[in-house]
Design a protein around this ligand. Structure first.
Ligand code: 5GP
Ligand code: ZN
Length: 115
C-alpha cells in the first residue's frame, strides 16, 4: 500500500524523519510522542497511509487489531497495569496528524472525562 510523501508519519515510517522507534513489524510502527503527555506516550501507527482509525478498520481489521496488540505488548513490557488507548478523529477531536495513530498513555493517573 502506498505511503503519502507529504505525510509526517509516512516520513517517519520511511526513515526520512527521525523518531524514537520502540516497536516495528510489517504492519505497525510505534514511536515515542515528541510531546509526551504521560511518562509513557507512544504512538502506534499502521505502515500504510490511511487518514483515521475508522478508515483503517474499514480497510483492514487485521492491521487495526495489530495496533492494539502492539500497544498491549508495549504496556506489558513497561509493567503498566492501567493505561489509555486514544484515537482522535477529526480536527474537532484534536487530530492534528491525518495518518491513523493509536495513542498509548500510561505511567500516571489519568483523569476522566478527557478535555
Ligand atoms: P493527534 O493530535 O493527531 O491525535 O496526535 C498527533 C501526535 O503526534 C501529537 O501527540 C504530537 O505530539 C505528535 N507529533 C507531532 N509531530 C511529531 C513528530 O515529528 N514526531 C513525533 N514523535 N511525534 C509527533
Ligand atoms: Zn501517512
Amino acid at each position: 500500500m502506498p505511503l503519502d510523501l507529504n505525510c509526517l508519519f509516512c516520513k517517519i515510517i520511511n526513515g526520512d524523519i527521525p523518531a524514537d522507534i520502540v516497536f516495528r513489524n510489517e504492519n505497525v510502527v510505534a514511536f515515542n510522542d515528541i510531546s509526551p503527555q504521560a511518562p509513557t506516550h507512544v504512538l502506534i501507527i499502521p505502515t500504510i497511509h490511511v487518514e483515521n482509525a475508522g478508515a483503517l478498520a474499514a480497510l483492514s481489521p487485521t492491521i487495526t487489531a495489530d495496533l492494539f496488540t502492539a500497544a498491549v505488548q508495549i504496556a506489558a513490557e513497561r509493567g503498566l497495569t492501567g493505561y489509555r488507548h486514544v484515537f482522535n478523529t477529526g480536527a474537532e477531536a484534536g487530530q492534528s496528524v491525518f495518518h491513523a495513530h493509536l495513542h498509548l498513555l500510561g505511567g500516571r493517573s489519568l483523569a476522566w472525562p478527557p478535555g
